[in-house]
Design a binder for this molecule. Structure first.
Ligand code: HEM
Length: 291
């Protein structure tokens, strides 16, 4: 990587061309990966809930480590979304070469898939329900759906080995490669990492992350990961294929923004804003119906 892609074109004004959230997102990714690696010795994909119970209650500082991993991972997505808004508001998307831009856009679904994988790794009642829905969505992909579902989710019921492999391996590596290419550096910068670590440590120390209901329990309301609640709400009315078609449509609309001139750019942005508003509506609806 000899030249950072972000400096290919002159920045319109001083300072980071699209604000500091991108650097912060890379910092949170660093904290997430480090804390995830520290969790590995205590986690078993074949006895997920039991190992989480042990991490949470039987391991000194285990609850803290788990919360650190979860909150730093959530923050990757939050800061990434804020960074996208900054880029679109500052109209700086063309500072990335087209290929880098598309791979950066793909970071969004890859992050959400990593978060979903982590949610499923909890192995609690909600995680098992999310796994079953994820399987039906993947199986609805034409021609190779069943094979794709087996590849990502495994074929042995109750064993989360394949999910764990993609969570910590494939998806995390993709996230790191695409982020590093986008940022023009292999590692997050010191300032972004220190800030991300401080925020994650503060959240892990102050906001408890509860253990979910055991896998055999049947809670009245099952909620998926917070970032997918809007999709959960929409899937009540739509077939499973909407679970991959809608995110694909969103990613394509976002990707095309870089290639569009006004007024087409404005139309794309309006469509994206409308999609976000509908998503927020379904998210609130799911949350209200679970109360
Ligand atoms: C080398 C990289 C990683 C490793 C080794 C790893 C490992 C793990 C392990 C063992 C768990 C299960 C324990 C638990 O639930 O606390 C887990 C959960 C989780 N992971 Fe990762 N992870 C990695 C990267 C990531 C990334 C990149 C993200 C998202 C950006 C992420 C998001 C999550 C989430 C949201 C959970 C569920 C936390 C919870 O509610 O308990 N992980 N991870």
């Amino acid at each position: 990587m000899d030249r950072p892609p972000l400096t290919d074109a002159p920045a319109p004004r001083a300072g980071p061309p699209s604000g500091g959230f991108g650097r912060l997102s890379f910092g949170f990714l660093g904290v997430s990966v480090l804390s995830g690696v520290l969790l590995v010795p205590f986690y078993s994909p074949a006895a997920a809930w039991d190992s989480l119970e042990n991490i949470q209650g039987g391991l000194a500082w285990g609850f803290f480590l788990r919360a650190l991993h979860a909150y730093s991972s959530f923050a990757v997505l939050v800061t990434m979304a804020l960074h996208v808004v900054q880029v679109l508001a500052a109209r700086t998307e063309r500072q990335l070469a087209a290929g880098v831009w598309w791979r950066s856009v793909i970071l969004l679904p890859v992050t959400i898939a990593a978060l979903l994988g982590g949610f499923v790794l909890r192995g609690d009642a909600e995680a098992l329900a999310a796994l079953a829905i994820w399987k039906r969505i993947l199986e609805s992909v034409p021609f190779a759906g069943a094979e794709i579902a087996r590849l990502f989710l495994g074929s042995v019921p109750g064993d989360l080995g394949a999910v764990a492999l993609h969570h910590a391996g494939t998806l995390t590596l993709l996230l790191w490669f695409f982020t590093a290419e986008h940022a023009g550096r292999l590692l997050p910068d010191v300032r972004g990492t220190v800030l991300a670590a401080l925020v994650s440590l503060a959240l892990a120390g102050t906001v408890p992350l509860p253990l979910g209901a055991p896998p055999a329990a049947s809670p009245a309301h099952l909620l998926g990961p917070w970032s997918l609640l809007g999709l959960q709400g929409a899937l009540v009315y739509l077939p499973p294929a909407a679970g991959w078609l809608l995110p694909l449509a969103f990613v394509l609309l976002l990707g095309l923004v870089r290639h569009a001139e006004s007024p087409a750019r404005r139309t794309l942005l309006a469509a994206l804003a409308a999609a976000c508003a509908v998503y927020a509506f379904f998210t609130v609806r799911v949350l209200l119906s679970a109360r």
